[in-house]
Design a protein around this ligand. Structure first.
Ligand code: ADP
Ligand code: MG
Length: 401
């Protein structure tokens, strides 16, 4: 029996762990949180902070795993690459892992490769802020070079805004570096690209809708198929593939994020992992493709055949995340949550979940983590799928104080 190590065993990894077991694998898992919901499902669970790479390597070695992977956790990507390198297991390599998790390194490589992207400048210390602002201009976006989930992300209108938020953005970066980028106004697309033996296959592109204001970086709706079509969609697909190849991924699943503005597709970032935030579920419902199965095969160095990679169907699908306004959740401290069963029975709904716990506080949407559940629906068209997901989301009853 082959065994795999999951780096991280939280909510997003839990189902992947269950799937791995279903596929006949022995699962070893590490998470620093002893209460991580995936740990109880692992055959061999360890409470280890994966920031301690040596400790993860020790677990992998002792367990004699045949492969290592992560789902959804960007911070785990370099760790997975390092463990694989150390043990001689299949992996994307530390150099590619760095390019695909460090936004400054990524942008420099994309620039060398001529991949379209926003203007950018790196900032490490305050005196670099003014020249960076001169290069990039305003409006701009400020973000940590190596964080995620929209932590430390700001939209800036002026140099005063940059000055005000620089510290908070730097504080979220383990390498003490931030990136300032031209703000691109347009439709955001999420992509999924499967790379096998250096050949990149663009599996899916979907619209990622976001609220305006503070939560401008949070995807609160995924909608498939995209409302773009024809040349513009094809161009986005080409840019997504070029970005992935330019960053050096040879075997793996990539998650490119793009913004299409005035007919041009610009790269926001590309992650080297199965995405979190229900994108894997989108691939499953919209296309009948199981990303976890592909990722497991690749982690084990096995071929991922066309039968598991190519779409089985193309079904309009929408995901509506449960957030505060413009989502359906009320603000305040949660007293009671009910009605998930009603949501699940609503027309077109294929999957839904709520992460809200009584006692927690629902805040205005700003971060990835402010998405406190989701509803996935399918329909005859992308519009109907979204209407169904929205209607179903309203059936959830949340009482706050
Ligand atoms: N240059 C930009 N212009 C406009 N929006 C941006 C830009 N950069 C990021 N965003 C928005 O912020 C979100 C998060 O940025 P991203 O670079 O993907 O960081 P994270 O690692 O937090 O996901 C993006 O998905 C997008 O909605
Ligand atoms: Mg992102």
């Amino acid at each position: 029996m082959k065994s795999v190590l999951f780096v991280g065993a939280g909510r997003h990894q839990r189902r992947a762990i269950l799937r791995a077991k279903q596929l006949g694998l022995r699962v070893v898992a590490v998470d620093r949180n002893p209460a991580a919901v995936g740990l109880p499902h692992a055959d061999d669970a360890h409470v280890v902070d994966f920031a301690e790479v040596e400790a993860v390597i020790a677990v992998a070695r002792a367990a004699g795993v045949d492969g290592v992977l992560t789902v959804s956790a960007d911070r785990a990507v370099p760790v997975v690459a390092a463990v694989a390198e150390e043990l001689g297991l299949p992996g994307i390599g530390s150099a590619t892992a760095h390019l695909m998790t460090h936004k400054v390194a990524m942008r420099r490589r994309l620039a060398e490769g001529g991949v379209p992207q926003p203007r950018f400048a790196a900032v490490r210390v305050r005196r670099e802020a003014a020249p960076a602002a001169d290069t990039v201009g305003f409006p701009a976006v400020l973000k940590p070079a190596d964080s995620g989930g929209q932590r430390g992300l700001f939209q800036l209108q002026s140099f005063e805004d940059l000055d005000r938020h620089l510290h908070a953005a730097l504080a979220e970066s383990p390498s003490d570096e931030v990136i300032l980028e031209e703000f691109v106004d347009g439709l955001e697309l999420n992509g999924l690209v499967v790379v096998r033996g250096g050949h990149a296959y663009p599996l899916l592109l979907s619209d990622r809708l976001r609220p305006s204001g503070e939560g401008f970086g949070v995807g609160w709706i995924h909608s498939y198929p995209s409302k773009l079509f024809g040349d513009v969609l094809e161009e986005a697909e080409r840019v997504a593939v070029r970005a992935v190849v330019t960053l050096g991924l040879k075997d793996g699943i990539a998650f490119p994020q793009l913004i299409v503005s005035q007919g041009r597709a610009l790269v926001v970032e590309v992650a080297a992992r199965v995405p979190g935030g229900q994108m894997a579920d989108l691939a499953f419902h919209a296309l009948g493709v199981d990303l976890i199965e592909i990722a497991l095969k690749q982690a084990l160095g096995e071929e991922a055949p066309d039968e598991i990679v190519l779409p089985r169907h193309s079904r309009p699908t929408a995901i509506r995340f449960l957030t505060a306004r413009p989502g359906p959740l009320p603000l305040g401290k949660v007293r009671k949550v009910s009605g998930l069963d009603r949501v699940l029975q609503a027309p077109g709904v294929v999957q839904a979940d709520v992460f809200l716990q009584p006692g927690e506080t629902i805040r205005p949407v700003r971060l990835d983590g402010d998405r406190r559940g989701y509803v996935i629906a399918t329909g005859q068209t992308n519009v109907q799928a979204l209407e169904r997901a929205e209607a179903a989301a309203r059936l959830l009853y949340v009482e706050t104080e």
